[in-house]
Design a protein around this ligand. Structure first.
Ligand code: PEP
Length: 251
């Protein structure tokens, strides 16, 4: 059985006081959770705070992006090795906001994926289509190409040490959620695609759904057989919402 994962993506939100309150509530609210891992992916400046608040708890942490480079004259960038200094476990790569707003193409995303793994981090690789691409029935083509580019660079075996997140761009931060069946269909496509390279890796691969997951829709999404948890944006900033989403995953 695949262990479910619910990971919060705080994006560019947070503050020292607010984080302390949120994290303390999440830890208490999810204590004793079964068959589900919980994590938060936070802005870089808060990694030290998050590390000190979450160490020795069941909640793990990570970042939202890394540089594709190891070190050097890359002003403003943060390397994978730097994240390991704060005991990060996860790092999100290829989030649609990075692809769209910062021009990250699938090749750059693949290099970041590799950089994360080389440093011992677990990448959460995001894939997904725009509304236009869905309406022109090319979702599978788009998601398939995003996956093929990564597997082409890193090979399929290392996908075993990663997490995938299907995040339809039209559902991110819009309040529109893919129906459980729409999400399940793409998750099956992703699993079959990875299975075409390696069946065992595909069977064990955790595929999260992301896109306006809330306490009110989490249960129906997480009961789909190929949805192994969620990547949660807005709702991860509200303690009660995030706790309910985490608890929904264990059922
Ligand atoms: C995200 O940005 O990864 C995300 C899923 O956002 P939201 O839950 O707010 O749609």
């Amino acid at each position: 059985m695949r262990l479910k994962l619910v990971a919060g993506n705080w994006k560019m939100h947070g503050g020292i006081e607010q984080n302390r309150n949120l994290l303390n509530r999440i830890v208490v609210g999810t204590v004793g959770i079964q068959n589900t891992a919980c994590a938060v992916c936070v802005p870089y400046p808060y990694l030290s705070q998050v590390q000190s608040l979450l160490k020795n708890t069941h909640v793990s942490w990570g970042a939202q992006n890394i540089s594709q480079h190891d070190k050097g004259a890359y002003t403003g960038e943060v390397s994978a090795a730097m994240l390991t200094d704060f005991c990060c476990y996860y790092v999100i790569v290829g989030h649609s906001e990075r692809r769209t707003l910062y021009g990250e193409d699938s090749r750059t995303v693949s290099i970041k994926f590799k950089a994360a793994q080389d440093a011992g981090l677990v990448p959460i690789l995001c894939v997904g289509e725009t509304l236009d691409q869905r309406e022109t029935s090319i979702t599978e083509q788009v998601v398939g190409e995003q996956l093929d580019t990564v597997i082409g660079l890193v090979g399929v075996d290392v996908m075993a040490r990663s997490v995938l997140a299907y995040e339809p761009i039209w559902a991110i931060g819009t309040g529109k959620t893919a129906t459980p069946q729409q999400a399940q269909d793409v998750h099956v496509f992703i699993r079959n695609k990875v299975a075409s390279y390696n069946i065992k890796v595909a069977t064990d691969l955790r595929i999260l759904y992301g896109g306006s997951v809330k306490a009110s829709n989490a249960v129906e999404l997480f009961t789909m057989p190929d949805i192994d948890g969620g990547l949660i944006g807005g709702a991860s900033l509200v303690a009660d919402e995030f706790i309910s989403i985490c608890l929904a995953a264990q059922n």
